[in-house]
Design a binder for this molecule. Structure first.
Ligand code: KG4
Ligand code: ZN
Length: 342
């Protein structure tokens, strides 16, 4: 059988229609992302039906562009990888159907990939050293849908150590930004406002101080922020001053990341230095304040994705697919309805 080198990665789990072509799991030959986020912002978040229809419109042109940018001919593609979930079912089905059509037409293997796991490999794209040397690793995926902490003995083994029992970390940023009328997606907007704020201005509830339970929780912090916003609005006769907004964003952001960093510290300590690296991925990993706090608090080498590979993209899908084929021999079940799995 022909060796698998060049893989097309297709991602349509939420509001990004993304296609990339990656060589040997790490060299990105092309990566194209068409997002419906600006349009979805009119509704304050992602509307699944709108996302699915936008994917349908964008998937063909996005693939054509990715192929052209890669400089490859169709005959040089060795496999098609696609995000199988978790995600919005209607949105996933567009990518899955397109991928299946391509693989049938070109007689190429179809590799289903777990979207959340793939984020971890987004942090390793373009790495100059051998990715295998980073394992065993602790990996954290912080996105709009997940706050998942894994112990990873090797690139394709994911042992879930902690997860959020309510809102995901990014989701809490989105909700607080919406309450403040800042817009969507909320993470970058809160980070920006926080730059001018005092992070100690407002006391925030310490979430899940008992980290032995190995869970994250964001709903208490979010509710506290909403009560604070209401109180400040009443005091300001309906409006919040720029200073109050900046202080609130900074205080919220500090606490949102404190629980993650404290859990990371504990899990790494528990591993008795049997981990070579910390890998942090997902949309929230783009937060510069968070990156700095992690570097200050954690002593083992930490890897974050290039900004263009923090949010959803096709390259991370192709990268994990390559490892699935080369490292592990793990047979992935084709299950497009696995949206509720971790
Ligand atoms: O990984 P991603 O693109 O999509 C999911 O799989 O969820 O992550 C999107 C999430 C959103 O909640 C967004 O607000 C958050 O990542 N995000 C950030 C930042 N940039 C994106 N959160 C905090 N700070 C940021 N700079
Ligand atoms: Zn994602």
């Amino acid at each position: 059988m022909k060796p698998i080198v060049n893989i097309v990665g297709i991602e349509t789990s939420c509001d990004e229609t993304a296609v990339a072509i990656v060589r040997s799991g790490t060299t990105v030959l092309s990566s194209v992302v068409a997002s419906s986020a600006d349009y979805q912002a009119n509704f304050g978040g992602v509307v699944p039906e709108i996302a699915a229809r936008a994917h349908l419109q964008s998937i063909g042109p996005t693939f054509d562009q990715a192929l052209e940018q890669s400089g490859l001919a169709l005959s040089e593609i060795d496999a098609i990888a696609v995000s199988q979930g978790p995600g919005l079912v209607g949105a996933l089905l567009v990518g899955a159907s397109f991928a299946r059509g391509l693989s049938d037409r070109l007689s190429l293997p179809l590799i289903p990939v777990n979207h959340v796991h793939a984020h971890v490999h987004g942090a390793l794209l373009g790495l100059s050293k051998d990715a295998d040397s980073l394992f065993p690793a602790i990996a954290l995926v912080v996105s709009g849908g997940h706050t998942n902490l894994y112990y990873m003995p090797s690139p394709c083994q994911f042992e879930l150590k902690a997860y959020s029992i309510d809102d995901a970390c990014g989701e809490s940023f989105d909700k607080v930004a919406k309450m403040l009328g800042l817009g969507y997606p909320g993470g970058p907007l809160i980070e920006q406002k926080a730059l001018a704020g005092n992070e100690k201005a407002f006391a925030m509830p310490k979430m899940m101080a008992d980290n032995k339970k190995r869970i994250f929780s964001y709903s208490g912090l979010k509710t506290h922020a909403s009560l604070l916003i209401r109180q400040l609005a009443e005091e300001g006769k309906g409006t919040l001053s720029e200073k109050s907004i900046a202080d609130l964003c900074a205080s919220f952001q500090r606490e949102a990341f404190r629980q993650v960093i404290s859990m990371l510290g504990e899990v790494i300590k528990e591993s008795n230095s049997a981990v070579n690296s910390l890998i942090i991925a997902g949309g929230v990993a783009a937060n510069r304040y968070f990156q700095k706090e992690v570097q200050n608090a954690i002593s083992i080498p930490a890897y974050f994705p290039h900004p263009s590979f923090c949010s959803d993209n096709g390259a991370m899908i192709a990268a994990l697919a390559w490892h699935q084929r080369h490292d592990s021999g793990i047979a992935q079940e084709w299950d497009v309805f696995s949206r509720y799995s971790f």
